[in-house]
Design a binder for this molecule. Sequence first.
Ligand code: GLU
Length: 407
Amino acid sequence: MTFIAKRLSNIKPSATFKIIGLVKDLKAKGVNVIGLGGGEPDFDTPDFIKEAAKTAMDNGQTKYTNVDGTPELKDAIIEKFKRDNGLEYARNEITVGTGGKQVLYNALMATLNPGDEVIIPAPYWVSYPDMVLLAEGEPVIVDCPAEAGFKMTGVQLEAAITPKTKWVILNSPSNPTGAGYSHADLKELTDVLMKHPHVWVLTDDMYEHLVYDDFKFCTVAEVEPALKDRTLTVNGVSKAYSMTGWRIGYAGGPAELIKAMSKIQGQSTSNPSSISQAAATEALNGDQSFMKPWIEAFAGRRDLVVKMLNDCEGIDCPNPEGAFYVYPSCAGLMGKTTPDGKTLETDEDFVSYLLESEGVACVHGAAFGLSPHFRISYATSEEALTKACERIQKACAALSGQARAVA
Ligand code: GLU
């Protein structure tokens, strides 16, 4: 199809949104499907946040706002960075977009020239490499297998940096693995970055608050303040406040970069929804205590899922530090045969088999750059998770033949 721009030729549709859409369609048709595909908390947005949105509407806050965020929301973000991360930003160092996704996209579009390299540790969130490609950059993928805790080491980072490197993208706790970089893990990386002043860091901290056991979240500019003037600290209200549909993400970074990002937004979408911004202001300024029981619930769900998946022959599920994902290996199932006579060659075959045979929807590992794995989002009820894991156990038990060794 020649009418479509060449820049789309090697861009894939978002694998996560494909599953989210598929599950919605199947449910609408009355199919009994359990959706563990999309990363979205099942909790309702807290009432005090919804009230702020209603008040905003009643007060006529239904018009354009400043392109990259209202002063009120920017101030709430400044306070949040101070409170949670010990980071000081001024208003002209803050930008607000329609979800973290737009903020990331703006940053890459505003900075990449053709051929500029962006280091992305794999497994990665599905959209990073494609956003880099859309901005005509080159994703440089660094493999971080389960044995390394799905984390990039300083040695790997050093080896990946070239004179063309513009950014490294870090995401902790990670989507899709839930792996969290400790202070020491990050220090190892920031020590390398200190030697390469041309490399900037884009840190996606969207899952900051969703950490379990004794894990302590920290972010790059906090671990190495000397990197703050080349770090974009990205965050948002989607996951921790259960506000995925409101579409509010934000970032703190150097004023020149923030201004360039705002230029892109001003020529594309303009401001994020005025009503959502009022709600996000209240979310960040308001009482945060609702989060504690949510985090406890997520931790319990994680334990349940990790245990039940490890009880499946052929599945090996690490126990992650945060987010609401697990990223089990299905290497022990590759080469086995389904009751319909199909041999499982890839993780995509496995997730298709789970959906078709048991009505359980997950996302295949290839979409996140590390196979053979699959991602489960456990941001749903214990009851649904138990049922889903029982179905996965049943599907694994129904496979026959020997697993083939996976290199
Ligand atoms: N971030 C969520 C996920 O990974 C929502 C979909 C998306 O933006 O990719 O499932």
